[in-house]
Write a protein that binds this ligand. Sequence first.
Ligand code: MLC
Ligand code: AMP
Length: 497
Amino acid sequence: MKELTLFSRAREHSRRIAIHSISGEYNYDQLIKNSSVLAHNLLAKKDDLEETHIAFLAAAGADYVTIQWAIWRAGGVALPLCLSAAEPELEYTLTNSEASCVVATKNESIKVSALCKRLEISLLILEETYAVPEKSLPEVEPSRRAMILYTSGTTSKPKGVVSTHANIQAQIETLVAAWEWQPNDTIPLFLPLHHIHGIINVLSCGLWTGAQIEAFSKFNSRTILQRVSENAYSVFMAVPTIYVKLIKAIESQDQRDRGKVIQGFNQMRLMVSGSAALPASVHEKWTTLTGQRLLERYGMTEIGMALSNPFHGERRPGAVGHPLPLVDVRLKAESGELVSAENEIGEIQVRGPCVFNEYWKQPEVTAESFEDGWFKTGDMAVIETGYYRIMGRLSVDIIKSGGYKLSALEIESVLLQHPAIKECAVIGHLDDTWGEVVAAAAVLESGTNLKLNELHDWCRDNLSNYKLPKKLILVEALPRNAIGKVTKHAVKELFSQ
Ligand code: MLC
Ligand code: AMP
């Protein structure tokens, strides 16, 4: 039987350790075997899941891979859920995606069991699956849909980005080639696994290559620095906030521990930053501290990675390099002309096999997101002496905080449900650690009062931790332009005063 390349490659890696975590070591054969058992449980009496959406909830580790691979091998579409999501967020994702089933580890199932019951969605607990007589698994063509990831954008509610196996394979292959992934690579995985950075760049590239992944349920600088000082890793990938946090942690270490950590970072063959702008000052500080030149790259859920500084050659602070193999990139100026000269600003547009299939159930939004077959990213860039530099986003309603993309509109719609809030505007306020933090300006109903910590607590039931407002100012009226629309640029200025 012809199977997807990811799995035929995994069979070749057979006894090599794939995943190492607190729950033990798993080799590639075990992942193939365990995912086969779960795939048969998912199929029950069917021959093929025929692109049914299967949501899942598992911490980073072998269980996560078992579930993801089982869904793919049974012909389903994998929808990884956010471990820190609030219940209304999970409810939206499950209902919008029309997920037919949730698979969860026993530990994580508590977060969804009541919800699944209420929504009448079946919940399969991984530890309760059992060996069933094996029959052959379906042959899954690469052109079939594989994954749906929810991403925030210019619409209030997150959109489901649907990618095919061929998209995922192209996203992996381009990075494996460009960054020269090796079977003897070892990499820590501490990024959330409902987003492309952790799923594709770390987990899938590693497993494709036969490398070893050390999985952590969340980022903890002390644990990571300890393992780095033991020379545990050859490759490291993180968002800029993590590098800022690591710099602070290293600087607070005593001389002896610091020496070992620096040596551990220094001996790595590759360290990458992405998902948000890496300030040139942080890039340079990291080089001074560890001797490592970070490789900054640019990507997006809809397209995988598009631009990267070179593996060999100059890794320029403040720049994101050149188009990756298999990726076509162009810049389109506001005038509608294609940018043909250096230092002229334009929107990044991307074409190629890495580009996603569609936004789930949003054919119009999908169509509007493309122009002559090129995906419009909404990010602006220039080319400076041969290197792309990101200049910001077209929409002020998109916030990047700690590497998470957030919709100001989604947060506003929750804040407006607060009984004291009459009007509000949410923006991203520049921050040295988080890139941007969520900041809200609010007009209150007369006779009411509101403090930031009260708002924070009130929002907790509806929003993930990283979406909660971190700043609040109360105003008499929101600044508006001539046609009465709230001007977010003026709101940004309010916070800068
Ligand atoms: C958490 N805190 C924040 C915050 N998030 N404060 C401001 N802004 C934020 N965004 C605060 C909490 O309130 C808490 O405060 C304290 O920080 C610790 O919270 P935490 O939840 O434990 O945070 P931590 O685990 O340290 O999270 C930091 C992080 C995480 C950087 C590890 O944000 C993260 O994993 N980010 C990566 C997201 C990612 O993978 N994005 C890729 C998307 S794909 P207190 O006061 O209570 O202690 C993509 C495409 C591409 O972008 O190109 O890759
Ligand atoms: P997401 O929708 O979560 O996949 O986030 C994708 C967005 O992250 C892009 O559209 C960019 O705005 C931003 N991004 C990713 N990498 C970089 C980078 N190196 N520099 C600046 N912004 C980045």
